[in-house]
Every structure is written in structure tokens, then in C-alpha cells.
Design a protein around this ligand. Structure first.
Ligand code: C2E
Ligand code: MG
Ligand code: MG
Length: 256
């Protein structure tokens, strides 16, 4: 924990970005910022080894502040296609429970060159349910400022559907445990199709994450899913790698 605190001060954290692709058009619509810890002796450490630790204390507030500022500073550097790419940032339940969280995000947007409409805040279904009332207040404030809201890892939590429909969200991300093996697991395929329909009926766009092969992409397309994210397209990449990838995927010989 002490190391992580220092890591934030010493700029040892870094963001990798993973593209999200419109299934209908093949255009890259957004990138998700995923934090990594570039540890001086241990090398690159993935978030599953330190986010839960940070979430136990207020350290997660500093971590999220860092991620938000870094992502908003990186966003103007992304090479863009037809329209400007959106950037998605993950936040934690503890962030949402703090008064002033939404204003802090709005202030960070104001000092950046990024329009609020280009920011997507991803919050997991489980995080929402930790304190539904406060979460709803913070999300409503963010949405009023133009920020898009996305419910991450949807399908593994226990959100009440009436609560969900009352939130100003624009996107559902189906948990990747259902997506990755939907070709082998009939039950998971049925859950994915039901979430797509539920999302559409509530007016949300739906993202399938964990897309590792063509057959899963075809299945998502058949079900009417809007956006796909996964190793089939690209792994999360540093800004330079992302820009190389974005340029390459616009070349005529490139088939996604
Ligand atoms: P998430 O937000 O659901 O992010 C998606 C995770 O799935 C990422 O793991 C990504 O690398 C991985 N992934 C994407 N496509 C595929 C695929 O095709 N196959 C497989 N097997 N995996 C795929 P990552 O980067 O290790 O992040 C894990 C989790 O850590 C994230 O899940 C998110 O909950 C959390 N996290 C990451 N960055 C942040 C952050 O800045 N703040 C907070 N609070 N949490 C973060
Ligand atoms: Mg996410
Ligand atoms: Mg997820």
C-alpha cells in the first residue's frame, strides 16, 4: 500500500488503451483506459493485483484522480477517424460514495481540452449497489454535464431493473465471462442475447467485451450487439502503440 502511494507520486502508473469497435460500421468508437503499475523491480503489474488493495482505503481516490487526469491529457493525442474517439475510465464504488466526486471530474474536464461528451465513466454493477442512492446522485450530476455513463461487468451483479432504468446511463457492457465462451456454453449465449435485448429495450447501447475470436463476433452481430472489445481486435496498448494501430487499421489492405 505504501509502495502504491509512492508509485502514484513517482508517476510509476501508466495507462494502456483498448479499442472498442462498432460492429455495424467497423469504426473505432472509443478506447478504454486500463491502469498498469510499472514497478521498478517487479515490472508491469496488472490492476487485479492492486486495485482491490487501493479500494480498501482512500488511496483509490488518488488513483482515480491520477487515471482521470492522465486519460484526459492523453485523449487529444489519439489520432482520430471519422469522429473524435471517446475515452472510457473505470471508477470504483468508493469514489462514488464521496461527496464532490462528480464535481471533481467536471473540474478535471474543464482544465483539459476534452469535451464532456468524449468521456465515458464505467462503473461496475456491483459498485452501484454498494450505495445506490449516492451513486445515482453522482451519476446524475455527471450525466447533466454531458458525460456518458456505462455499466461495466453487467450480468454478474444484482442491480434491480427498476433502479437501472431510473439511471441516466447510455451503455451496458456485458461481463466478459459470458461473452468469451458463448460459442461453447449455450447458457452464456442465452444470457448475452437477453442482455442485448434488455439494454436495447431500455435505450442503451450494448458492448460485448472479451471478444477473442471471429465466431463470437459473428454471434454478437447476430444478436444485434452494438460494440465489441477484445483481443480479437487488439490488446490494451500504450498511447504510441494505440496510435500506430489506429493508423494501420485505416489502411485499405487492413481487414478487421
Ligand atoms: P474491466 O474494466 O472489465 O476491463 C476489461 C478487462 O478485460 C481488462 O483487464 C482487459 O485487458 C481485459 N480484456 C479485454 N479483452 C479481453 C479478451 O479478449 N480476453 C480476455 N481474457 N481479457 C480481455 P485488465 O486491464 O487486467 O483490468 C482488469 C480490471 O481492473 C478492469 O476490468 C477494471 O475492473 C479494473 N481496472 C483497470 N483499470 C482501472 C482503473 O483505472 N481504475 C479502476 N477503478 N479499476 C480499473
Ligand atoms: Mg471497464
Ligand atoms: Mg468489464
Amino acid at each position: 500500500m505504501a509502495d502504491l502511494r509512492q508509485a502514484i507520486d513517482n508517476d510509476e502508473l501508466t495507462l494502456h488503451y483498448q479499442p472498442q469497435i462498432s460492429i455495424a460500421s467497423g469504426e473505432v468508437e472509443a478506447v478504454e483506459a486500463l491502469v498498469r503499475w510499472n514497478h521498478p523491480t517487479e515490472g508491469l503489474i496488472f490492476p487485479d493485483r492492486f486495485i482491490m488493495l487501493a479500494e480498501k482505503t482512500d488511496l483509490i481516490d488518488r488513483l482515480t484522480d491520477w487515471v482521470m487526469r492522465r486519460a484526459l491529457a492523453d485523449t487529444p493525442q489519439f489520432v482520430s477517424g471519422i469522429s473524435a474517439l471517446r475515452v472510457a475510465v473505470n471508477i470504483s464504488a468508493r469514489n462514488l460514495s464521496k461527496a464532490g466526486f462528480a464535481s471533481k471530474v467536471i473540474d478535471a474536464l474543464a482544465v483539459s481540452e476534452v469535451a464532456p461528451e468524449r468521456l465515458v465513466v464505467e462503473v461496475t454493477e456491483t459498485a452501484l449497489m454498494a450505495d445506490p442512492e449516492r451513486a445515482a446522485a453522482a451519476l446524475t450530476e455527471l450525466s447533466a454535464a454531458g458525460v456518458h455513463l456505462s455499466i461495466d461487468d453487467f450480468g454478474v451483479g444484482q442491480t434491480s431493473l427498476s433502479y437501472l432504468s431510473s439511471l441516466p446511463i447510455s451503455e451496458l457492457k456485458i461481463d466478459r465471462m459470458f461473452v468469451t465462451d458463448m460459442k461453447q456454453h449455450y447458457g452464456h449465449a442465452a444470457i448475452v442475447r437477453s442482455i442485448i435485448d434488455l439494454g436495447h429495450n431500455l435505450g442503451f447501447r450494448v458492448v460485448g467485451e472479451g471478444v477473442e475470436d471471429e465466431s463470437v463476433l459473428d454471434e454478437l452481430a447476430l444478436g444485434g450487439c452494438d460494440v465489441a472489445q477484445g483481443y480479437l481486435f487488439a490488446r490494451p496498448m500504450a498511447v504510441e502503440g494505440l496510435n500506430d494501430w489506429l493508423i494501420k487499421c485505416r489502411l485499405p489492405e487492413f481487414v478487421m
